[in-house]
Every structure is written in C-alpha cells, then in structure tokens.
Design a protein around this ligand. Structure first.
Ligand code: PLZ
Length: 447
C-alpha cells in the first residue's frame, strides 16, 4: 500500500491498475466512511486518494487512474500545480485568516483585479469573493435585486446552480438535489433552454420561445435577473444554438434585467477561452465564478458592472471566510499557470483531440446521439439509436467499466444519459488518448 506520495506534475503519468477497483485499502476505508460520514454524501468512484497531478489520481492501493473529471472542472491547472503550491505554502506560513471584513489584505484585492481584467467586456468592473459556487450565485441574485428593486429570478430548464435553498430553487433536476428539501425559495421562474439535439431550433427561435415565457408569464418589469450557464454543466453540457445567449442578453439589456452568466463550471479556460461567454462575444452584466479559479481551494466570485456591484449598502455582502487569504493565493497561482502555459489554447487542443475520438466512437456506436461541448468541456448523449430516448442504463454500464479499468469518468444530464469529459488542462495527449481507448473498450464491452 502506498502511504503518501508527493502529488503534482512530477507524479508518474501512467495508468496503472494493480488491484480490483476499489482495492482492499479503499474498501477498508469505505467501511470507516460508512461508520462516520453521513450516507447522504455519496462517492461515485470510491478509491481513497493519496496523490494527484498532471493527468492522474493515485489511490491508497497504488492504482494510478487517468483523470477525465478534474474533480468536476476544479483542478483545471492540474492537481498541486507548482504556482498554486508555491503561493499557498508562502501564504499559509504568513497568515491563514483575518477576515477581510475586519482587517483586509492584498490577496483579496489582487484576485478581484484579475477577475475584472479576465471576465468579458472592458467596462468598469468590481468583484466580491465567497466560498462556493452556490454562494456566488446567491450573492449575484442579491445584487441584482438591490440594483433593480425587483424580485423575480429567471433560470432555464436543465439548469444547475447549487444546493443552498435559493440555488436549489434555481436548479432544475429533482433527484438528488431537491427531493425532500423544500419548501424552496419563491420568485424563481423557469424558461425553456435552447437544446439543439432535442428541439432542433435555431438560437433565434429558441430565444424567442424563452423570451415569450419571460414576457408573458413573469413580466419583464418584475424580473431582477436572468441567470444562465453559457454551456450547461450538471444539466448535460447543453450548448445553446448560436445566437441564443446574445439574444437573451440583448432582451435583458432592453428591459433593465440583469444578465448573469454562471461560469462556475465553464469558466477559467475550460472551454478554450477565459470564459464561455467570450466565444460569441456576449458581455454579461454579472459573472459568477468558482471551481477552476483557485486550483482546488474553495473560492468563488461575483464580478460585474461597477454600478451594479456598488448598488449594495456597505456591509451587505460578505461572510467569515469569503476570499480567504490562502484560497486567494491559490487563485493567483492558478491564474499564473493559465497565463504562463496558455491553458485556454491547451483546452482548444484537448477539445480537438476529444472531438476526433468521440466522432470515431459515434461512427461505431449509434447509441451516441449527440456530441457537443467546447474545448476541454465535451460530452456525448446516449439514446436509443435514431431517437432522443435517453439510455441511462448503458451510460452507467460504460461508466462502471471505465472506473474498473482505471479511468475517472463523470456522467451528467437531466436523464443521467450524458457522458462528460473534463480532463485537467495539464493532461498529456498520451494519457488522454489512453483514456479514450478505455472509453472505446467500454462501449465495445457493453454493446
Ligand atoms: N453553478 C454551473 O456547475 C457546481 C456540483 C456537484 P458549488 N457543479 C457541481 C454536486 O453534485 O454538488 C456548480 C455549477 C454551476 C453552480 C455550482 C455550485 O457550485 O461550489 O458546488 O456550490
């Protein structure tokens, strides 16, 4: 059994399966988990981790798994990336917490300045920092409500925005996120999403359909904000048809509605741009960020138009840990890694490789109904051949095969029939190709 290992990019970059997965060491620990951790906290691939980096995750039994998930798009710069480790070690030795609302420090302001520079648009921007994506979404809604003096919040079918009370209301899928947890926050309205594989509509047509719902069922004058993931995450990597986002944003601007892009999963180089909104030149009023921005430490942000951000009274935004100095140091390290290694460019290369592999796979397996995504955020949707009837059973079987053969893969989607690929941007082409060899084997073995 491997006790501990240094993680990071120096870890041997190989797939190595030396036991059943999970192995005996992990099974032992799974019993401890069962005894001490609430059952509601699930684990999808229960190998206990001792090290990770580059494109691999190493477990207590000495298995080295290819990582095609990045801990849900968090370890985009790779696990234990050098600039993250360096910054965190220096910060943790200097001070770990003062509470920015009590006595401030540079790291918080540094991250806000970076967010202002990197998010879409070159207007005057300001930011506030929080601990999690859900908290960022909640605060974006708070800001939009104060700025507009309106209550209503619009979200979309298949949306995922978090697990807190307001963000559960904003999230579309019941199981596992909402079941039994109501009553939910009020004044949240859902509009139809552009979902080209299922609705066949152009961006303009889908936007007209959504705007009709907002206009007729909610009323523009009641709407504080429209919140949308430019590419949906948990909901199935749904990429709206071209022009959809821009049309919704334009309608918001014309009606005094705050347009909020939830870039928590799609942001920070993941899709081949700094933000997914950049691809079509959409400039949101507010952007929420988290996940990839801090190389694995918990940090989230709301960034946007300075006039909107400043509409909240002093003391109205905050939290004990929001913008923790160690998390801010990590974010500055992660952003440095993204800039130095042009990780947006690397995401585009990864996207080209993945798209080619998925296209080949789809030619052999008609169960693949759709290939979609951008950059290092790509997915396939599995349906009964020639239909849009979801096939979650086959999806689960393929996923299980990948896990047993040392590849960390994630599923998603309203019907649980979408296979999503979110490799760390630090993964090598060799490992990525080997990972997709296993995915291809999994399709063949479960045919
Ligand atoms: N908005 C677009 O993707 C988090 C959730 C996993 P937190 N997605 C992964 C799970 O099962 O809990 C997410 C997201 C988008 C908001 C969030 C919420 O971010 O940091 O998990 O609160």
């Amino acid at each position: 059994m491997t006790d501990s290992l240094a993680g990071g990019p120096l870890l041997p970059q190989e797939r190595r399966v030396v036991t059943e997965i999970p192995g005996p060491g992990s099974l032992e620990r799974l019993d401890r988990k069962k005894a001490h951790v609430a059952d509601g906290v699930g684990t999808m691939l229960p190998v206990f981790v001792v090290a990770a980096g580059g494109g691999v995750i190493v477990d207590v039994d000495g298995n080295s798994l290819i990582d095609l998930g990045s801990g849900i798009a968090v370890a985009s710069v790779g696990n234990a990336a050098p600039a993250v480790v360096r910054n965190v070690q220096a910060q943790v030795a200097a001070f770990t917490h003062t509470c920015f609302m009590i006595t401030p420090y540079d790291g918080y302001v540094d991250v806000c300045a970076q967010l202002g520079e990197l998010t879409p648009g070159d207007h005057a921007k300001k930011s506030a920092l929080f601990n999690s994506g859900a908290e960022a979404v909640e605060n974006a809604v708070k800001i939009a409500r104060v700025a507009t003096g309106r209550d209503a919040v619009a979200v979309f079918d298949h949306a995922y925005h978090g697990r807190t009370n307001l963000t559960m209301a904003m999230t579309a899928k019941n199981m596992p996120y909402k079941q039994g947890f109501g009553p939910f926050a009020g004044e949240v309205y859902r509009a139809p999403m552009s979902y080209p594989f299922r609705d066949g509509l152009s961006g303009g047509e889908a936007a007209a359909r959504a705007i009709d719902v907002l206009d007729k069922q909610v009323g523009a004058a009641n709407l504080a904000c429209v919140v949308i993931e430019p590419i949906q995450g948990e909901g199935g990597f749904v990429v709206p048809a071209p022009g959809f986002l821009a049309a919704i944003a334009a309608w918001c601007t014309a009606n005094g509605v705050v347009f909020i892009a939830d870039e928590i999963q799609s942001g920070f180089c993941r899709t081949g741009d700094w933000f997914a909104s950049d691809f079509e030149g959409v400039v949101p009023d507010l952007v929420t960020t988290a996940k990839g921005m801090a190389g694995g430490l918990p940090l989230a942000g709301v960034t946007g138009r300075a006039d909107l951000m400043d509409s909240v009274h002093v003391g109205g935004l905050g939290g004990t840990y929001g913008g923790n100095p160690v998390a801010c140091a990590a974010a500055m390290g992660a952003i440095e890694e993204m800039r130095t290694h042009d990780l947006a460019g690397r995401a585009r290369e990864i996207g080209t490789l993945m798209a080619a592999r998925l296209k080949t796979l789809a030619a052999d397996h008609p169960v693949i109904g759709d290939i979609r995504g951008r950059g290092a955020m790509m997915a396939i949707e599995l349906c009964a051949p020639g239909t849009t009837d979801p096939d979650p059973v086959r999806t689960a079987a393929i996923s299980a095969y990948c896990h047993q053969h040392g590849v960390v893969t994630l599923t998603c989607g309203t019907w649980g029939n979408v296979f999503r690929f979110l490799p760390p941007l630090s993964i090598s082409d060799e490992l990525l190709n080997e990972g997709f060899d296993v995915v291809a084997e999994a399709f063949a073995a479960t045919a």
